[in-house]
Design a protein around this ligand. Structure first.
Ligand code: KIV
Ligand code: ZN
Length: 385
């Protein structure tokens, strides 16, 4: 099986969601759950950002045992030193160094020419190599970087002995064909590229983070980076649960899988939502409250006959008990009768017809008809308001 490594950055890029601030205890709680989920690599924070983040990264580094713990660093010695301090006690430490490479970032943010960018990154990698055997290097805004300069930067990183080269679409600008083509280009043009793992890191500004990440996998990416529930800067990062389930559900197409414990997905999503305060929209793929809920009569009838009619994956796979049939104005007699049976009501045909007619009147007035409503309907206690 071709394994895709999962680099989780919920505690770093995810925490960069506006309004989110996780304290050490909260980071630890999420870190333990991510370990249960079976991620391979965990970016615990950006130690140079604040003393609090350094301390939190250190607490995570000491706590988790079966995951590579990573600290983010700009291409600066002080940042690298902060990551060294933060990762003391880590079983398998890794530093993640980045530098922007696109013309826009070079001109307006870094005010550097290409050669300076190359040399700055190279000297940061050389400094980091003294202390770390595992280094990931990211070309920030790779998505808007010239291909030939990307080849130069990646070749330099490969020569410096980094383990992973990350190719971020930092501003979520690319489409799947373009993003996939970058991976192919690097594979075809960087000497000794097989010495490193290539990593995909996408943002969701145009809603294409998952599609772009999957395109990278199809073009040879070894690792994917993302967050739980897709939280992150602006419109967020690639949602890890979407990639894991896309690979699982369409294995015959992608021929690759993560090694996540999929049945921990739902629990992890709820924990991250609770501790970050980022509510998961009902229609969010995989982990939204409606992802396994069916409201229309036609769909409910199909589900009651055979679940694969309207479900391409089972709720049990991600750790949920069962699908939901929600009663509303689109629901039909089949689901209504099943609901009554579940609630212990066995009505004859005439009673069922009458109750169903009352249900339809009520359903026109309410978004969702609850069990209490149904009980009242059946027992003819409903007061028409
Ligand atoms: O989106 C990005 O470019 C990043 C880098 C720090 C890897 O998050
Ligand atoms: Zn990012």
């Amino acid at each position: 099986m071709r394994k895709i490594y999962v680099f989780d950055t919920t505690l770093r890029d995810g925490e960069q969601s506006p309004g989110v601030n996780l304290n050490t205890r909260e980071k630890l709680e999420i870190a333990y759950q991510l370990e249960k989920l079976g991620i391979d690599r965990m970016e615990a924070g950006f130690p140079a950002a604040s003393p609090g983040d350094l301390a939190a990264v250190n607490a995570v580094a000491k706590a988790v045992k079966n995951v590579t713990v990573i600290g983010l660093s700009r291409s600066r010695e002080q940042d690298i030193d902060a990551v060294r301090e933060a990762l003391i006690g880590a079983q398998d430490p890794c530093i993640h160094i980045f530098l922007a490479t696109s013309p826009i970032h070079r001109k307006h943010k870094l005010r550097m020419e290409k050669q300076q960018v190359l040399e700055t990154a190279q000297s940061a990698l050389r400094y980091a190599k003294k202390y770390f055997s595992k280094i990931e290097f990211s070309l920030e805004d790779a998505g808007r970087t010239e291909l030939d300069f990307m080849v130069e930067m990646v070749s330099m990183a490969v020569n410096e002995g980094v383990k992973v080269v990350n190719v971020p679409d930092t501003v979520g600008y690319l489409n799947p064909a373009e993003y996939g083509a970058i991976f192919k280009h690097l594979k075809d043009n960087v000497p000794d590229i097989e010495k490193v793992q290539l990593s995909a890191h996408c943002h969701n500004d145009l809603g294409m983070a998952t599609a772009n990440t999957l395109a990278a996998i199809q073009n040879g990416a070894d690792q994917i980076e993302g967050t739980i529930n897709g939280i992150g800067e602006r419109a967020g990062n690639t949602a890890i649960e979407e990639i894991a389930m896309a690979l699982e559900t369409r294995y015959e197409f992608f021929g690759a899988k993560t090694s996540l414990n999929l049945s921990e997905i739902s629990r992890t999503s709820r924990l991250v939502s609770k501790l970050t305060g980022m509510v998961v929209p009902g229609n969010k793929a995989i982990v939204g409250a409606n992802a396994f809920a069916h409201e229309s009569g036609i769909h409910q009838d199909g589900m009651l006959k055979e679940k694969t009619t309207y479900e391409i994956m089972t709720p049990e796979t991600i750790g949920l008990k069962e699908s939901k049939l929600v009663l509303g104005k689109h629901s039909g007699r089949h689901a209504f009768r099943e609901k009554l049976l579940d609630m212990g009501y066995e009505l004859d045909e005439q009673q069922l017809n009458q109750a169903f007619a009352r249900f339809k009147v009520l359903a026109d007035k309410k978004k969702e008809v609850s069990d209490d409503d149904i009980m009242a309907l059946v027992e003819e206690k409903l007061v028409d308001t």
